[in-house]
Design a protein around this ligand. Structure first.
Ligand code: HQG
Length: 178
């Protein structure tokens, strides 16, 4: 069974719109597993075993359970104000951001901003950044001077599933890979 559509819906609920199924997330982004399954029942009927299977097999490890598996949350990517207790860390020298050509002019002027999400998403490898960029059309790659930013006082976070996050990247820390 292919649960791609179910997983996309799960992302919508746990990152953006829990109200769609009449549930809410707590301040740390957790949803109650029983409430979630009940709320999803009409459109995407699943049980706890299937949910566990989706979480375990997710290609980007987008979700986590708490210890006793009564709560679930997305590891990153939120647009709603939750604190998923991200690890604040020193980033590598360089990180990558993939975007679409249509955003290039605006990014060159304003730098990277989170738009609808809480953070700007950065990758440690070019391949991942390219894939992220392709979601927006013809991909454009930016190299981010992350260590220099960090040394200048900007905070960096690493999500549980390995995505680097920061609040913004001023254009002075960006170069384009032609
Ligand atoms: C762009 C996926 C104009 C930014 C991926 C991006 C990622 C600007 C778009 C995660 C801008 C926002 C996030 C500016 C930034 N002017 N455009 N100043 N600054 N942008 O989807 O990074 O599969 O919110 O470049 O793997 O594409 O969902 O962010 O193109 O980790 O788990 O505004 O989503 O993960 O788009 O993707 P998004 P993103 P999942």
């Amino acid at each position: 069974m292919d649960y791609t559509e179910t997983s996309k819906f799960l992302s919508l609920i746990l990152r953006h719109k829990p109200e769609v199924i009449g549930i809410s997330l707590d301040e740390h982004g957790w949803a109650n597993v029983d409430e979630l399954i009940e709320g999803m029942a009409k459109e995407y009927p699943i049980d706890k075993d299937i949910l566990e299977q989706i979480v375990a097999s997710d290609s980007k490890q987008r979700y986590s359970f708490n210890e006793d598996k009564t709560l679930i949350r997305a590891n990153q990517g939120h647009s709603i104000m939750v604190d998923v207790e991200l690890d604040e860390l020193e980033p590598p020298e360089i990180l990558w951001h993939g975007t679409g050509e249509k955003f290039e002019k605006s990014i060159d002027e304003q730098g990277l901003i989170p738009k609808s999400r809480l953070y700007v998403h950065l990758s440690s490898d070019i391949e991942t950044a390219t894939k992220v960029g392709q979601r927006h059309g013809k991909p454009v790659l930016y190299k981010v001077l992350s260590k220099k930013m960090y040394d200048d006082g900007y905070k960096y976070y690493l999500s549980k599933n390995g995505v680097w996050l920061t609040k913004q990247v001023p254009s002075s820390y960006l170069t384009k890979e032609e």
